[in-house]
Design a protein around this ligand. Structure first.
Ligand SMILES: Cc1cc2nc3c(=O)[nH]c(=O)nc-3n(C[C@H](O)[C@H](O)[C@H](O)COP(=O)(O)OP(=O)(O)OC[C@H]3O[C@@H](n4cnc5c(N)ncnc54)[C@H](O)[C@@H]3O)c2cc1C
Length: 403
């Protein structure tokens, strides 16, 4: 059975002291004052030598791309447990920061490095992996949402060797500030093909290009440390050098490129949920022992104990799911779409329930920001919406089981 090793425990401790020293003192700025989290993320890259590691990983990926060697089944190589520890630990304090970082490196950088030519990887991929630049990954549109691929109406019209892009994307993480944007659009080749069935192309855009507008950050319920915005493309002209793979038919491109991210993204959400659950449980235990009413700590009340017990059940279940995913990744054993979706569905709901019960346990103190559980409850809520809503996960599980 998988367990955190001694080495993992050491990483957890180092991460916790980084969080205490470098993130908690700045939490109000990123959660309440609209300061983007990028400087904190860069500090983390410096402190943990992540930049150098990213460069080494990138050099290996580039070499494989040049020689045509198959990528290892385990994404990015390395220790998947160690990689998820940072997600879990950072989510205990700021899930929004994790969303910003994951979208930039995992979704934007990952897509470029997977589909791009060596020249495109060097032009955009490396700076995203080292976090020298901030990336966004844009598929969702105001009128498509869960029907992201079929309902997509952003078009790329061929014009000689170039394309002219028109449309808009919304709810885009890092959208307001991104230097590099991976953008999905439907090919308009003048054939009159039904919009739903058209080929999906993947482009890379740079901040400041004529015809690209990046909105201000939206005001939202939670994950305020993660800036979210809308992108508008108006007669945006791009050359073929910005089409990933420089072909309309890259291997694993278009629709399957978007779907490829589903399993890792859903497992990532489970790890985020685990961080939220662990922190809510820890805060709740401390509070229950210290809050005294009727001359005794509220931890003496059975209804409070029931809340703690339910939180522990959720923690054990979600941790088991995450550990199983890590173990499978280490053994290069695939996680099915049904399993990944089940993991995401369960863990996101568990995180929301635990955070909500934590507010209840804290009473009025749960409703004010000082005690942090209200932030975690607001932040957890989107885990049931992005990376596929609960309802979409139910559909994905059933589809996979019934195929
Ligand atoms: C904070 C945040 C960050 C995000 N970041 C990104 C990003 O970086 N890049 C990106 O491209 N997108 C991003 N998204 C978009 C996100 O993926 C979508 O919000 C999500 O896919 C749902 O789409 P929607 O909001 O349009 O809801 P809709 O699709 O309109 O759904 C409305 C309701 O209908 C339900 N529903 C939809 N279809 C079905 C069905 N077939 N059966 C039953 N019920 C159904 C949904 O579950 C939901 O309850 C982000 C969203 C948020 C909130």
């Amino acid at each position: 059975m998988y367990q955190w090793s001694e080495e993992h425990q050491a990483i957890i401790q180092v991460m916790r002291s980084f969080v205490d020293k470098e993130i908690r003192p700045h939490l109000d700025e990123i959660e309440y004052e609209g300061v983007p989290p990028y400087d904190i993320i860069r500090k983390m890259y410096d402190v943990f030598g992540l930049k150098e590691m990213a460069k080494e990983n990138f050099a290996r990926m580039l070499e494989r791309k040049k020689t045509g060697e198959e990528a290892p089944a385990r994404r990015g190589g390395g220790d998947p447990g160690a990689q998820l520890i940072s997600t879990i630990e950072l989510c205990r304090v700021s899930p929004g920061l994790v969303t910003s970082m994951g979208v930039s490196t995992g979704l934007a950088g990952g897509t470029i490095n997977k589909l791009g030519t060596p020249a495109q990887m060097e032009r955009w991929g490396l700076d995203l992996m080292t976090f020298d630049k901030v990336g966004a990954w844009a598929i969702t549109e105001p009128d498509s949402g869960s029907d992201a691929l079929g309902g997509m109406t952003t078009t790329a019209r061929r014009d000689g060797d170039e394309y002219i892009i028109n449309g808009s994307k919304t709810w885009i993480t890092n959208g307001p500030f991104a230097d590099t944007i991976v953008l999905y659009a439907k090919l308009d080749d003048g054939s009159g093909e039904d919009m739903r069935n058209r080929k999906v192309l993947t482009f890379v855009l740079d901040k400041g290009m004529p015809g690209l507008e990046q909105s201000k950050p939206m005001r939202k319920m939670g994950q305020k440390a993660s800036p979210t915005g809308t992108l508008f493309m108006t007669d945006l002209r791009v050359g073929k050098d910005r089409l990933l793979g420089e072909t309309e038919e890259p291997k694993g491109g278009g629709r399957s490129s978007a779907k490829d991210n589903f399993v890792s993204e859903r497992a990532g959400v489970a790890s985020m949920s685990l961080g939220v659950i662990e922190e809510c449980l820890k805060l709740s235990i401390d509070y229950a022992k210290n809050r005294k009413l009727w001359n005794k700590p509220i931890s003496d009340f059975q209804l409070i104990q029931l809340k703690l017990a339910n939180m522990e059940v959720a923690r054990v279940n979600v941790q088991n799911m995450v550990f199983q995913f890590i173990e499978r990744s280490m053994n290069n054993a695939p996680t099915s779409m049904a399993e990944a979706s089940a993991m995401k569905l369960y863990s996101a709901q568990a995180a929301c329930q635990v955070a909500d019960e934590a507010i209840q346990l804290f009473g009025g103190n749960g409703y004010v920001s000082e005690y942090r559980v209200e932030q975690l409850a607001r932040d957890a809520r989107v885990l049931r919406i992005y990376a596929g809503t609960d309802e979409i996960q139910v559909g994905a599980i059933a589809k996979d089981l019934l195929k």
